[in-house]
Design a protein around this ligand. Structure first.
Ligand SMILES: *[C@@H]1O[C@H](CO)[C@@H](O)[C@H](O)[C@H]1NC(C)=O
Ligand SMILES: *[C@@H]1O[C@H](CO)[C@@H](O)[C@H](O)[C@H]1NC(C)=O
Ligand SMILES: *[C@@H]1O[C@H](CO)[C@@H](O)[C@H](O)[C@H]1NC(C)=O
Length: 469
C-alpha cells in the first residue's frame, strides 16, 4: 500500500504508481486471524504495562511490513464521548486522520472479515460536531481543492492516495483522547482535546480490501491538518515523535511522542516548505561502491520517509543502476529472474550471506545502512531462507519513497523543532529511553524565554518504557 496523499504531489501524482499491486498481497486469512488474536493478547499486556509508565505519550503499534501479514503498521486511538477505540494505520505520508462512518456505503463490513471494523457514529458521540460548509469553517481544510459540500451543513473531503485508492466523507470536530505529559511533570494526565478529523462514507481501491484490518488512517504528516500539528500548535503534545517498527515475526513496535535518548542517532535536515518528511538523499552505495547517479535526481521531486508505504521506491534514473549493481555482486551464486516486472533472485542460502549492504547517504553526513533483509522480500513466505527473493525496491517516475521495509528495526525520530530527522539501528522489542523537555512545546518555549531567559536547566523527565512484549 502507498498511502501518501496525492494532493501533496500535484495532480500528476495520481497516475504514477501501480507497481506495488504486483507485489504479493496478503494471502492467507488464517494467518491474519492468528496474528491478530496474538496481537490482541499483546495489546492487553501493553496497556497494563503502560499505565505504570511515567506519563508516556505513546501509542501501541501492531501490524508488520510483511505484506503477507498486513503490510502496514497500525495503532489504536480513542475518539468521541464516550470514547471508542479505532485501529488506524500510522501514516507519515499524509495529513488527515479519518475513520469509517457507520453510514459508509461500501466500507468493508461483511461477516467473513477476520476482525469486525469499528464505525464512527456522529449521533452517538455527545461531543461530535459536523463542520458546516461555510467559507470560514471549511476553507482551512480545503487543501488543493480536496473539500466540497455534499450539503450546506457539511464540509466534505475527498483524499486520493498514491496507490490510487481514495476516500471521501465529512469533517467532524470531536474529542481525541491521549495521555499528556507536561514539561517537567512525571505524571501522566489522561486528557482529551477537540480535533478535526474525517468520517468516511465512501472508499475505493485497497481501502475496501477485506484483509484491511484498519478502521482508518492516522495522518502524521507535517501539514496543519495532521493530528500532531493540531495538538502541538496548542502546546498539548511535544513537537517531536519517534517510531520503532519491529520487522520480524509478529511486527509491532513503539510509537511515542518525545525525544529519543539512545546513542548513535544521526540526523539529516528536513527540507523546508514541504508537507511531508522530505530529506536530501545525495547518493546510494551498493557493497560500498557509489552508484553513478546524478544527485539531482533525488532532490528534483524529492525523497521522503513514509510509514504508509509498505516497500521502497527509487526514482527512475537511479533504479537500473541499483538493480545492476546488486545483480553484479550476486550473479555468481544467485540466479536472477523476473517476476511480474520485479527483479528477483533464486538463492539456495540465506540472503544475508549473499547480498551486499545498501547504503543511502543523506545531507549532513547521515547514512542509512540496509542489510539484505531490509531491501529484499521473500516472494513466498517460508521459514526456509532458500528460494525466490525479490527486490522490495520498486521504480517511481519522480519520487524516492522510503517505506516500512527500510524503516523497520530502527528508531526514527522526527524533530520538528530543529527540523531534522534522525535514526539509529535498534532492537524494537526493547524499550528506548525517551525525554520530554520544554523546548519541544510551542507554548512553553514562549513562556520560558520570557520568564527565565533560558538560564535555568530545562526540566527533563526521562523514563524507560515498560512495554511487556
Ligand atoms: C491457508 O490456510 C489454509 C487453512 O489453514 C490452508 O489450507 C491453505 O493451504 C493456506 N493457503 C496458503 C496459500 O498458504
Ligand atoms: C475548495 O477549493 C476549490 C479550488 O481549489 C474550490 O473549487 C472549491 O469550491 C473549494 N471547496 C469549498 C468547500 O470551499
Ligand atoms: C490535566 O488535564 C486537565 C484538562 O484535561 C487540566 O485541567 C489539568 O490541569 C491537568 N493536570 C495537570 C497536572 O496537568
Amino acid at each position: 500500500m502507498m498511502l501518501a496523499a496525492v494532493y501533496l504531489f500535484g495532480i500528476d501524482g495520481a497516475a504514477v504508481l501501480h507497481l506495488e499491486r504486483n507485489l504479493p498481497l496478503p494471502s492467507n486469512s488464517t494467518s491474519i486471524e492468528q496474528l491478530t488474536a496474538r496481537d490482541r493478547a499483546r495489546h492487553e499486556r501493553i496497556l497494563r504495562g503502560s499505565t505504570a509508565v511515567h506519563g508516556v505519550v505513546s501509542f501501541p503499534v501492531y501490524g508488520s511490513a510483511d505484506a503477507n501479514i498486513f503490510g502496514l503498521y497500525y495503532t489504536t486511538i480513542n475518539l468521541g464521548s464516550p470514547p471508542r477505540e479505532f485501529k488506524v494505520v500510522i501514516d507519515t505520508g499524509s495529513d488527515v486522520l479519518w475513520v469509517m462512518s457507520n453510514t459508509c456505503v461500501n466500507c468493508p463490513r461483511s461477516s467473513n472479515l477476520q476482525i469486525q471494523p469499528t464505525f464512527f457514529d456522529t449521533t452517538a458521540s455527545s461531543t461530535a460536531r459536523v463542520i458546516p460548509c461555510t467559507h470560514k469553517d471549511c476553507a482551512p481544510f480545503n487543501r488543493s481543492g480536496t473539500a466540497w459540500c455534499p450539503r450546506s451543513d457539511q464540509c466534505g473531503y475527498t483524499i486520493r492516495y498514491l496507490d490510487s485508492s481514495a476516500t471521501s466523507g465529512v469533517y467532524v470536530k470531536d474529542e481525541f483522547h491521549f495521555d499528556s505529559l507536561l514539561p517537567g511533570s512525571r505524571i501522566a494526565n489522561s486528557s482529551s482535546a477537540p480535533i478535526v478529523f474525517g468520517v468516511s462514507t465512501y472508499q475505493s481501491g485497497h481501502l475496501i480490501d477485506t484483509n484491511n484490518v484498519a478502521d482508518g488512517i492516522l495522518g502524521f504528516g507535517r501539514g496543519d491538518l495532521s493530528v500532531p500539528s493540531q495538538l502541538s500548535s496548542r502546546g498539548l503534545i511535544p513537537r517531536v515523535f519517534a517510531h520503532c517498527l519491529k520487522g520480524d515475526g509478529m511486527g509491532g513496535g513503539t510509537f511515542v511522542l518525545g525525544k529519543i535518548l539512545e546513542q548513535g542517532i544521526t540526523y539529516t535536515p528536513l527540507t523546508p516548505n514541504k508537507q511531508l518528511y522530505f530529506v536530501n538523499l545525495q547518493s546510494i552505495a551498493v557493497n560500498g561502491d557509489m552508484l553513478a547517479v546524478d544527485p539531482v535526481v533525488f532532490t528534483n521531486r524529492g525523497t521522503f520517509f513514509d510509514t504508509g508505504t509498505t516497500y521502497a521506491y527509487l526514482v527512475d534514473e537511479a533504479y537500473n543502476p541499483f538493480v545492476n549493481a546488486v545483480t553484479a555482486v550476486v550473479s555468481q551464486s544467485a540466479a536472477p529472474a523476473m517476476r511480474e516486472g520485479f527483479q528477483c533472485y533464486l538463492v539456495d542460502v540465506s540472503v544475508s550471506q549473499l547480498f551486499p549492504a545498501m547504503t543511502l547517504n543523506f545531507a549532513g553526513g547521515a547514512s542509512l545502512v540496509l542489510k539484505p533483509e531490509e531491501y529484499l522480500v521473500q516472494s513466498v513466505v517460508s521459514l526456509d531462507p532458500a528460494g525466490m527473493w525479490c527486490l522490495g525496491v520498486g521504480k517511481h517516475p519522480k519520487l524516492t519513497i522510503l517505506g516500512e521495509l527500510v524503516l523497520k528495526d530502527k528508531i526514527f525520530e522526527y524533530d520538528l523543532v530543529h527540523q531534522q530527522i534522525g535514526w539509529t539501528h535498534f532492537n524494537c522489542s526493547s524499550t528506548p529511553n525517551v525525554s520530554v523537555s520544554r523546548e519541544y512545546f510551542v507554548n512553553s518555549v514562549r513562556s520560558r524565554l520570557s520568564t527565565c531567559a533560558g538560564l535555568l536547566p530545562l526540566a527533563i523527565s526521562t523514563y524507560a518504557f515498560l512495554f511487556v512484549i
